[in-house]
Design a protein around this ligand. Sequence first.
Ligand code: ATP
Ligand code: MG
Ligand code: MG
Ligand code: MG
Length: 571
Amino acid sequence: MHASKYHINTLKEAPAEAEVKSHQLMTRAGMIRKAAGGIYTYMPLGLRILRKIENIVREEMDKAGAIELLMPVVQPAELWVESGRWEQYGAELLRIKDRHQRDFVLQPTSEEVITDIARNEIHSWRQLPLNFYHIQTKFRDERRPRFGLMRGREFTMKDAYSFDRDEASAQSSYDAMYDAYMRIFTRLGLTFRAVAADTGSIGGSRSHEFQVIADTGEDLIVYNPDTQYAANIELAEAACLIPQRGAATDALNKTSTPDAPKCELVAQQLGKPLSDTVKSIVLATDNPDDPAQATIWLLLLRGDHDLNEVKTSKLEGFENGYRFATEAEILDSFGCVPGYLGPINTIKPVTIIADRTVANMSNFICGANTEGFHYTGVNWGRDLPEAKVADLRNVVAGDPANDGGQLAIQRGIEVGHVFFLGDKYSKALNATFLETDGKPALLQMGCYGIGISRIAAAAIEQCHDEKGIIWPKSIAPFELVICPMGWHKSETVRNTAETLYQELKAQGVEVMLDDRDVRPGIMFADWELIGVPLRITIGDRGLKDGIVEIQARRQEAADKVAVADALQHAL
Ligand code: ATP
Ligand code: MG
Ligand code: MG
Ligand code: MG
């Protein structure tokens, strides 16, 4: 590739809205351009990176026995109604109508379509196991699209779906994907950790996330450096019910007993928006001084309220726009029975112990000690104050899965997720096969996602400097750039550069020759920003002594190499 015939357009400044390095650097390097919030054009350089990531993922999926197909982005609502997700998914699911007013969705994942394929294609145990995957555009109408490719609304995901005869065989399929993911993220050149993850509404214990370690990550992971234990803190929190709301935390601590012998979730809302009419959630107690005697209420507030008003008003005014959540509402909003909440009809003055606006909430978990019947803890979502992180270590140490020892906490970016589904979807869509005895049995399923476009951003978060991006060689848009000094003036430089370029190309190296008429300073700055791992500089001065300069992106100074050795040195 000759740069003069390619499209390179670097920017001095990043857009003001770009909060994290990957967003800033990808925009400045001309890899992405915004079309709308969370929706980007992958510019030529950006697309090369995505294709590299895709190819590594594809190779390892194929090696692991998965079979590629391609499912549609636009999917009929009927299948989503059948699975129940048309109702359950909430606002992240983009629903559209065609000209005949028929409902469709833009796929956020493809469990429905693949299960429909499976029920039509798989007839006999002889066809199993099977694992289908595709690499396709996804759409999720994220509440807060931000950080560029990290949390887009339109993004590229690899999603695979395994089908097995029974649980034991499904476990083997899961393990094969887990192993493939280990190989994929190693080949991508990323520092990552596989962590146990929350299985949310599906339940069961088999779910792992693959987290790229980076300070800007939105997830917190806890791990024990001495053992195998590593978990997303969402899981650890669900197990231990850690109170973690900044200002309210002190109050919560007074009424919480993190070491309670038995905790149970009383309400859980993970990524699922509350009903439109609920504006905020309030936890209140009628006896803050003696938690053992206290009753705790969960209140769903319907409007904007002065909490003092709520506090002093004995909570009788059911008509005044706030009221206790009814069992049915909690069931509806959280999908679980509020068995341990205070009696709905008790009227007493209360003390607010925590409150949260629904709009700012990505997760909500509330727990209670089933033995003392008092309040245990609440998790309001991801935006954990940094100061609380240290405190969490002690609490998480109580997780039964962690067999003792000091725990460490890191931030991570979720780039992959493997999930054992069991018969959740096969049951809903009646996807069966005939067993050896001729009787129909439900397919056992697993699903396995990788955020292709998010990986590009995660790699940058993990590796950059003040000059720009530092790509791992495996996913760099070009492996090497030749920078001729005086291309337009010196025939010797031109010939040497062009010969080396052809030789490198013949060796299969993805090489860029920068034949643009720009000053050396600008040329170097561009390629440092773009993050090409290796640069060869060719100039008359060096050529007089028969040398060129070769410098790795991470290297402080260049190596002087004889022209004759340059090719070997660069390979
Ligand atoms: P998150 O917790 O970050 O919202 P998720 O758990 O909702 O992610 P999954 O449903 O597990 O995501 O999807 C599989 C993978 O798709 C994730 O591991 C992540 O790499 C990627 N992904 C999910 N949401 C986005 C997004 N909005 N933008 C880019 N990649 C995403
Ligand atoms: Mg999500
Ligand atoms: Mg997640
Ligand atoms: Mg996930």
